[in-house]
Design a binder for this molecule. Structure first.
Ligand SMILES: Nc1ncnc2c1ncn2[C@@H]1O[C@H](COP(=O)(O)OP(=O)(O)O)[C@@H](O)[C@H]1O
Ligand SMILES: O=C(CO)[C@@H](O)[C@H](O)COP(=O)(O)O
Length: 510
């Protein structure tokens, strides 16, 4: 048995898988609480991730009806970019600043300048620093919380921190490390010189975790932790990775030509590449993946976070919300939402706030507002999808994951807006599944077995044909004009270039 853990923004999920029979035996999740403040602050207490992990692990094992002593290895996936700075006792010196924290926008702008602008970032890191990456959070801590900064003994990402709590080891792997902003994504190595520009008082050799390969083990579960979880001795913890890298594994996106789109708190679209991808657009992040390839990715910040906000305004449950979205016509009778409730990464608008446009006494209905917020999050993803250029243009099918993918009406909107058919894997907790698959890969490797990640994915990732959703050519054509309205609003409110979007041709495998 293998366990996959995904520490997302809103919750930690745990899945137990049986690789022999290729199925999930049990799963569970526990929510996290967000510390929000003025100026875009978004933080979490790492201890809460651990409590959520314990709760979800216990429930998932109970649901699976297995003896935890039969678990061979655990893999951990985590929200990317969060800064977990620890003191010499392994205690956080400050709550973790998350990927969606925009309080550090000015620190990020200053760092980009110090590194020589976009060209300097590309040449040193293989990508352009963005607000949200770990680098500016460290710069912020140094400037705004000097007492906490002085106590830093090590720096981890969220999934590295869970690995540390499980094994006592401070390690990192290339996929998640790519999103720090002090890691060269082409050579897969820390950039100590860049780190020293951000944090000159800290020694990168001491504070940065040791890099390990994607198939390597972070360590074995500590005896006290094993006792608490009911595990046997020597349970391996694989390297783990960022949730998008684990989502790539959990959707079988470890070969060229596949595209995964996640409708989580964030929205992400990514494709596998065997080589580093140097995009001509700074918003495309040339991340490494966690299978020794690369994962060019775009990330928008307001997806289910935005839909949840509007849903809560009306006090709707998820089912009623979906009914409302379905009840309104494409374009929500003229309402356009720019859903940047907490700034945005793609397009690069860290200081933006949301706008509701085109409201009249006739169209301001619950249904139209619900539809407009889902459409707006999807338009943001179309904007990002187009930035992926050839990688996206050739896509005939998109693998859809994340909480929003559970909604049939949202699946149809994604297919219609992008003009590409979409399908969900049977196991939609793809990041947790990917982590469990990686754990099995790592375990087999440690036993000297010549296993391949691709064969494990083939066995464990299957697509749910009931969710296959083809674009409707007439609706795709209608959305062309509505998307143009969104782009015009983007230009008028935020000065984002109104470049004519590519005309989507409906694409599907049949
Ligand atoms: N049927 C649905 N329709 C719309 N949103 C949904 C649906 N099911 C779940 N969600 C939303 O998905 C979100 C959780 O998605 P998830 O991918 O688990 O997020 P994260 O990994 O960022 O914590 C929640 O905001 C939840 O409201
Ligand atoms: O910042 C990014 C990717 O660059 C986000 O995708 C985070 O990794 C958070 O993921 P979710 O919690 O939305 O799954």
């Amino acid at each position: 048995m293998y366990v996959g853990v995904d520490c997302g923004t809103q919750s930690t999920k745990v899945v137990v898988i049986d690789i022999e029979n290729g199925r999930i035996l049990g799963e569970s999740s526990r929510p996290h609480h967000l510390i929000e403040g003025a100026n875009g602050r978004r933080e979490q207490d790492p201890e809460e991730w651990m409590s959520a992990f314990f709760g979800a692990f216990t429930d998932a094992v109970t649901n699976a009806g297995i003896d935890p002593g039969t678990i061979r290895a655990i893999g951990v996936s985590g929200q990317q970019h969060g800064l977990v700075a620890l003191d010499a006792n392994g205690q956080p010196v400050h709550p973790a600043k998350l990927w969606c924290d925009t309080e550090t926008a000015k620190h990020n702008a200053a760092l980009v300048e110090q590194l020589g602008g976009e060209a300097g970032c590309l040449s040193k890191l293989g990508l352009v620093l963005q607000t949200g990456y770990t680098a500016s959070k460290l710069a912020w801590l140094r400037e705004e919380r000097p007492d906490a900064y002085r106590r830093i003994d090590s720096i981890l990402l969220p999934h590295d921190y869970l690995n540390f709590r499980l094994t006592g080891e401070r390690v990192a792997e290339a996929g998640d490390a790519s999103g720090t902003g002090y890691f060269d994504t082409r050579t897969r190595q820390w950039r100590n010189d860049v780190f020293s520009i951000i944090a000159p008082e800290l020694n990168p050799e001491q504070v940065l975790p040791r890099l390990i390969g994607s198939r390597d083990a972070a360590g074995t579960v500590l005896p006290a932790m094993a006792k608490q979880l009911g595990l046997g001795p020597g349970v391996l913890v694989s390297s783990g990775g960022g949730d998008n890298m684990m989502g790539a594994i959990g959707t079988g996106n470890i070969q060229p030509g596949r595209i995964t789109l996640s409708l989580g708190t964030s929205g992400t679209v990514y494709a596998f590449s065997r080589q580093p991808v140097l995009s001509d657009n700074a918003m495309v992040a040339n991340f490494c993946d966690s299978s020794d390839g690369w994962l060019p990715l775009i990330c928008t910040m307001n997806v289910t976070s935005a839909s949840t906000l509007v849903r809560n305004l009306f006090g709707l449950d998820l089912g009623t919300f979906s009914e409302c979205v379905a009840a309104a016509p494409p374009g929500a009778e003229g309402i356009t939402i720019l859903p940047f409730f907490n700034g945005e990464r793609v397009p690069m608008l860290p200081h933006a706030s949301a706008s509701f446009l085109g409201l009249t006494s006739l169209n301001t209905t619950q249904a139209n507002l619900c539809r407009a917020v889902v459409e707006s999050a999807t338009f943001g993803l179309r904007y990002g999808f187009e930035l992926l250029g050839d990688l996206a243009r050739d896509a005939h099918q998109i693998r859809l994951i994340g909480g929003g993918a559970r909604s049939a009406v949202w699946r149809q909107i994604v297919a219609d807006v992008l003009g590409v058919e979409v399908i969900c894997p049977h196991i939609t907790e793809a990041a947790a599944l990917g982590a469990a698959i990686q754990a099995a890969w790592c375990d087999q490797h440690s036993q000297g077995e010549e296993s391949s990640l691709a064969s494990l994915c083939e066995r464990l990732v299957s697509l749910d044909q009931d969710t296959l959703t083809r674009p409707d050519p007439a609706t795709t054509a209608t959305y062309q004009g509505i998307y143009q309205r969104y782009r015009t609003a983007l230009q008028q409110r935020h000065g984002v270039s109104p470049a004519e979007p590519a005309q989507p041709q409906t694409r599907s495998t049949t």
